[in-house]
Design a protein around this ligand. Structure first.
Ligand SMILES: [Zn+2]
Length: 77
């Protein structure tokens, strides 16, 4: 598991990371939440913040993967 994936622990479709709170979001690294389903990064960070962009991409990948896993699980049931 990569460092980024550990940092993003607790992330789901509806909730951001366990370590995300009102003062600091793990994804944006800023005092706003950049959860992929809540609008993602603010425009200015999309241009300039490589680390935040990478975390947002990792978050998207995690949601995609967990959605796929849920689908597999429900197919088995
Ligand atoms: Zn967040």
């Amino acid at each position: 598991m990569s460092v980024a994936a550990v940092d993003l622990g607790g992330l789901t479709e509806s909730n951001c990371c366990a370590a995300c709170n009102g003062d600091h979001c793990v994804i944006s690294g800023q005092p706003y939440c950049a959860h992929p389903r809540k609008g993602g990064l603010h425009h200015h960070q999309l241009q300039s913040d490589q680390g935040a962009m990478r975390r947002l991409q990792t978050a998207r990948d995690m949601l995609l993967r967990s959605a796929t896993e849920l689908q597999i699980a429900s197919n088995k049931a």
